[in-house]
Design a protein around this ligand. Structure first.
Ligand code: GLC
Length: 468
């Protein structure tokens, strides 16, 4: 379990940075964001930009709710798991609002999963997934319960369903039984337009889709993926639809099959949490299974994705049979996989994080930009090609704590707090510190996971009181 002892008692010491006691206003504002985005039984990531339920968003959001109302945290996860497909697959979008789903892009019509055998039926969903955060989210919620026994049935059901999801990943996404699972769409990474995909996009020409994107009608185009890149994203969905989302056929035809370090590191951490939680709940077969998965994925991550030269983890393109090096935040985030990362590599990751590639030419930028300043594709305002994202910061922060690097963790935490204090609860942020207050926040405003994870960082040191 993640015990409170793993948390540094010496949080941000710098006198120029506010201490935990000063954040009452931020905590209240974070709670207000979550309350405004709550919709009966789940939370939208952002009211305008993302008006449905997203997989990894929901996991992070539940962590925020756990400090305010554990009932809502449980319900968030329950609603998510209700949309599980018969084969164990969990979709990345659940289109709860049917009428909005038709006008949104890409909406449920474009995803084309309605009526597929095994799809939930009562609600439309996408046919791609997202990083498997649920295992560790469930463990953290359970630890925060005042009376966990009272919610045994919920946790038992959720653990079984999450194990079923992992079973699907290992069965259908690991063709060579390596222990590493692949993603078959860039949106499955959660880091939509990462520069690392450029090498894959260069291998084929997608058709030009004549669509009205929703994101660019809400947000400045310069801060979103380009039109050309978007054609690639839609093409992958198109191809998947043509084979009825049949996993074996998609494996044969899709030009995009990637072993992603962030996805697999999250899977390791989720397996570790599932193993501990299943044990506590008396599910010993599930616990043994999750432990075995974790060990295999940890070994494969280190054998195949570690980049000794660059000092972080990279990607493997299964279709092109090549390693894809990348100096980007997802390569550092495997710190979150805890003991799966050997101590010498963890120290290397910390040093890479604190190098000018990520702290900026003058060393004073906000951690952690999604792409290194040194990458030719670096663009401090464009989505996953430079800006800081709070969920990645949270993973790196926790990862640094797991490896006992309290000073580096305190910097990531302080930078996260500062970004929100300076600019507001945005979806992503300019890593450059000199930007004026209010000018460095991009994408959706009042963004749920920014609120949830900031709250989590601010509340973690407090004593958990009695709650529902
Ligand atoms: C964007 C992000 C993705 C997130 C979604 C909803 O597509 O890249 O990670 O899940 O928005 O917030």
């Amino acid at each position: 379990m993640n015990t409170p002892s793993a948390t540094p008692t010496t949080a941000p010491a710098s006198p120029s940075r506010p201490g935990p006691a000063d954040h009452a206003d931020l905590k209240a504002r974070a709670a207000a964001v979550l309350a405004a985005n709550w919709r009966t039984a789940f939370t939208v990531p952002s009211a305008q930009l993302y008006p449905f339920q997203w997989l990894w968003d929901s996991g992070f959001i539940a962590l925020g709710w756990s400090w305010l109302d554990l009932g809502r945290a449980r319900l968030e996860i329950k609603t998510l798991l209700q949309a599980q497909w018969a084969n164990g697959f969990l979709p990345h979008i659940i289109y709860h609002d049917d009428s909005a789903a038709k006008s949104y892009f890409p909406g449920s019509d474009f995803q084309g999963t309605d009526g597929l055998p095994g799809a939930p039926g009562y609600v439309s969903t996408s046919g791609i997934t997202q990083p498997p955060v649920l295992g560790f989210v469930l463990e953290m919620l359970y630890e925060r319960e005042a009376d966990p026994a009272a919610h045994h049935a919920f946790y038992e059901g959720a653990v079984r369903q999450t194990v079923k999801f992992h079973q699907y990943l290992y069965r259908d996404r690991d063709p060579r039984g390596e222990g590493l699972v692949y993603i078959r769409h860039n949106w499955e990474s959660g880091t939509d337009n990462s520069a690392v995909w450029d090498a894959i996009w260069a291998t084929h020409e997608p058709p030009a889709y004549d669509v009205r994107r929703r994101d660019t009608s809400h947000v400045n185009e310069a801060m979103r993926p380009t039109k050309k890149d978007y054609n690639h994203y839609l093409y992958l969905i198109d191809l998947s639809k043509q084979v009825g989302y049949d996993e074996a056929k998609m494996q044969e035809i899709l030009p995009f099959l990637v072993q992603d370090p962030l996805f697999n590191a999250i899977l390791i951490a989720a397996n570790d949490s599932l193993a501990r939680l299943a044990e506590l709940l008396g599910l010993s077969a599930e616990a043994a299974q999750a432990r075995a998965w974790s060990a295999r994925t940890a070994a494969a991550l280190n054998a195949k994705l570690w980049d000794e030269e660059l000092g972080l983890y990279g990607y493997y393109d299964l279709r092109g049979e090549r390693f894809l090096p990348s100096v980007s935040a997802p390569g550092i985030a495997p710190l979150f996989a805890g003991a799966a990362v050997p101590p010498a590599r963890a120290a290397r990751l910390r040093d890479t994080l604190l190098s000018p590639a990520f702290t900026g030419p003058a060393g004073a930028g906000y951690l952690c930009p999604s792409l290194a300043y040194t990458d030719p594709a670096f663009d401090r305002r464009r989505y996953w090609r430079g800006p800081v994202w709070l969920n990645v910061n949270w993973l790196i922060y926790r990862g640094l704590l797991k490896h006992d690097f309290p000073e580096a963790a305190a910097r990531v935490r302080a930078d996260s707090v500062e970004l929100v204090r300076q600019h507001g609860f945005y979806e992503y942020f300019d890593p450059v510190r000199e930007v004026g207050a209010g000018e460095g926040g991009f994408g959706g405003e009042q963004f749920s996971w920014t609120a949830a994870l900031l709250l989590d960082m601010l509340r973690e040191e407090e004593v958990v009181g009695n709650r529902s």
